[in-house]
Design a protein around this ligand. Structure first.
Ligand SMILES: NC(=O)c1ccc[n+]([C@@H]2O[C@H](COP(=O)([O-])OP(=O)(O)OC[C@H]3O[C@@H](n4cnc5c(N)ncnc54)[C@H](OP(=O)(O)O)[C@@H]3O)[C@@H](O)[C@H]2O)c1
Length: 298
């Protein structure tokens, strides 16, 4: 019994080794989070191949100390949010679920931006219902829809915030100019852009977030498990560090900036445990720079 308790306490502390961040100055999250897009079917459509394992992944994530889960109404659609509620409701204190709205899903692998205010309002209501929440802690505009004025999309989120349906607002796949403009309409606390050690297109956005103390949530942090081959720089460093390439990629993100909140996704407990163990990898400044140099050169 005592051994089991000690093992559980050790588990609880694992993700916490990544440190903490205050989203919007008041939502305290463990920096290494979980992305729940991969607990759906192929093409982010329908039921996952193994729903029981998906439920196990979410429960294990919380056991390992993760308290920040990213999802969207469009994952499934609806499936990811429903499985999160099935696995974790009633939610443990301090669990932050971030969801998103702003896409229509006509079929597998098909994503069409829809930023019409009426769509965003009904998307948010759907997320509240599926997640069984009274208020969403972090609601992210999945894309700024070029077909609708940005002010109208952000205005719809500002109204939802005023009604108490969402606490904080984040953006996804945006430029620095778009963030600056959005902030003239409504306070923005986080940005979710594609970014990893080998994918550095959003470096300017990360630097902006760092200056403004906004959370930067890099999606595709493992390039879907293909962040490196055995002969790549990351593969070599992984051998040196006695770690896996995924762990090196995550440890690099955590070391790169204190505002980075990685959300690696998986449908398997085994991969989840491997990824969370990256929180304990210590990467010093010279190793970060070496990896940076090698990744840029490859
Ligand atoms: N804002 C946006 O537009 C946007 C877009 C895409 C994603 N996202 C968010 O970002 C999260 C992460 O992005 P992502 O899922 O595209 O990319 P990712 O986290 O880089 O990769 C996830 C994929 O990698 C595999 N994987 C995970 N851990 C592994 C490991 N240790 N070894 C080998 N393979 C591993 C998973 O397969 P298995 O299931 O087989 O483990 C899964 O297919 C998503 O869950 C979602 O919340 C946001």
């Amino acid at each position: 019994m005592q051994n089991r308790k000690t093992a559980m306490q050790r588990d609880q502390n694992l993700a916490k080794k990544s440190g903490e961040f205050l989203i919007g100055g008041d939502l305290r999250v463990v920096r290494l989070g979980f992305g729940a897009m991969r607990i759906t079917g192929n093409g982010v459509w329908g039921e996952p191949a193994d729903r029981t394992e998906a439920v196990r992944v979410l429960r294990r994530a919380v056991e390992l100390g993760i308290n920040f889960i990213d999802t969207a109404d469009s994952y499934g659609p609806g499936v990811s949010e429903e499985i999160i509620a099935e696995a974790l409701h009633p939610y443990p204190p301090g669990l932050v679920i971030a969801t998103k709205g702003g896409f229509d899903r006509p079929g597998p692998n098909r994503w069409i931006e829809n930023g019409k205010p009426e769509h965003l309002r009904s998307a948010c209501e759907g997320s509240l219902r599926r997640l069984r929440l009274e208020r969403i802690d972090l609601y992210q505009l999945h894309r700024i829809d070029p077909k609708t004025p940005a002010e109208d999309q952000l205005g719809a989120l500002r109204d939802l915030q005023a009604q108490g349906k969402i606490k904080h607002i984040g953006l996804s796949e945006v430029s620095v100019r778009q963030i600056q403009h959005a902030r003239t309409v409504v306070p923005i606390v986080s940005v979710q852009n594609r970014y990893s050690v080998t994918d550095r297109g959003s470096e300017d956005v990360l630097e902006y977030c760092e200056k403004q103390k906004m959370g930067f949530i890099p999606w595709f942090p493992l390039a879907a498990g293909r962040v490196s081959g055995p002969e790549s720089p990351i593969g070599h460093i992984a051998v040196q560090w006695k770690a896996t390439p995924s762990q090196v990629a995550l440890a690099w993100l955590l070391a790169r900036s204190p505002v980075i909140l990685p959300i690696p996704g998986t449908s398997k407990v085994e991969h989840l445990e491997e990824n969370v163990a990256a929180a304990a990898l210590k990467v010093d400044a010279s190793q970060t720079q070496e990896l940076d140099r090698m990744a840029r050169a490859s």
